[in-house]
Design a protein around this ligand. Structure first.
Ligand code: SF4
Length: 286
């Protein structure tokens, strides 16, 4: 547990968190919407600081990052909590459940990453749960890792406020950002979040580090070719070189009634996006 950054104390012992666009007002002893931040005696604390629920040395392509040190491996670590409520979550046991965790300080994580260099490791990927609400830990570990010459990667939903993002970006080398759909309605209704904030993150981050984008294509919800085209046009207005991963959906979590995405949909979407972007990948085609 660690005193959080980006909050104000307000009336009656409440706190106001400014880390992500939810801007939670949290009563004494209450939790934020991410379940990772708690008001204790009128101060906001990060509950997932130093709590590692999952760690593995993964191929970088698994993040997915295809155009960043291809063929390398990266120590991937995650904690718990998420600030989105996507009913199709593909990682809900870590994001929305309470998995077992082991304690590992930022220094210990960077030491582990350094030990793994002879095994092909190039750095640390903050992944599995949402790294932006693991903020204080990621900020500390990424600075330590950078000082040791390691790279830092965020695999994120991009739903973070501008100021904390700007503080974090100098130690981040690459990001894979989910753009879950390209309509405000999808973000409002299915993720309880907003598309504009995620677009802002992609725009800011792509000026500072390597960025790839992932969209999980879900039948009937975000799979129209018109939407795929608008997404690709917007990305290409930032840079044609931003890789786009179009990923196949499988039923999960609370969305069990929607069938897997037909492979043909992915192939067609790839063809359309490729008119605007230099690198488009269709993934999860098992
Ligand atoms: S980081 Fe958590 S507590 Fe803070 S505003 Fe976002 S959801 Fe709420």
């Amino acid at each position: 547990m660690k005193l959080a950054k980006y909050f104000d104390k307000i009336e009656e012992g409440k706190v106001h968190c400014h880390l992500c666009p939810h801007h939670c007002v949290i009563k004494p002893e209450g939790l934020g919407a991410c379940r990772a931040r708690k008001n204790i005696d009128g101060n906001l604390f990060s509950l997932n600081y130093g709590k590692i629920t999952s760690a593995a040395l993964d191929p970088i392509e698994k993040k997915p990052l295809f155009n960043f040190y291809p063929g390398s491996r990266i120590l991937s670590a995650g904690s718990f909590g998420c600030n989105l409520k996507c009913s199709f979550c593909q990682n809900w046991k870590i994001a929305h459940d309470t998995p077992r965790a082991q304690e590992l300080s930022p220094l210990e994580l960077t030491e582990k990453a350094t030990e793994l260099i002879p095994h092909g490791n190039i750095g640390i990927a903050y992944t599995y749960n949402e790294p932006s609400i693991w903020y204080e830990y990621v900020l500390k570990a990424s600075k330590l890792a950078k000082d040791k010459g390691l790279v830092n990667v965020l695999v994120t939903n991009g739903f973070i406020e501008r100021k904390p993002l700007e503080e974090l970006l100098p130690s981040i080398d690459a990001m894979n950002i989910d753009v879950k759909a390209f309509t405000a309605g999808f973000y409002n209704d299915i993720c309880k979040a907003s598309l504009d904030n995620v677009k802002q993150t992609v725009e800011l981050a792509s000026r500072k580090c390597h960025v790839e984008v992932t969209t999980l294509v879900i039948p009937g919800l975000n799979d129209s070719m018109e939407e795929i085209e608008r997404l690709s046009e917007w990305l290409s207005s930032i840079s044609r070189e931003i890789p786009l991963h179009l990923s196949r959906y499988f039923p999960n979590y609370k969305m069990l009634d929607v069938p897997p995405t037909p492979k043909e949909t992915l192939y067609k979407a790839k063809e359309i996006a490729s008119r605007h972007l230099a690198y488009v990948y269709a993934g999860n085609l098992r």
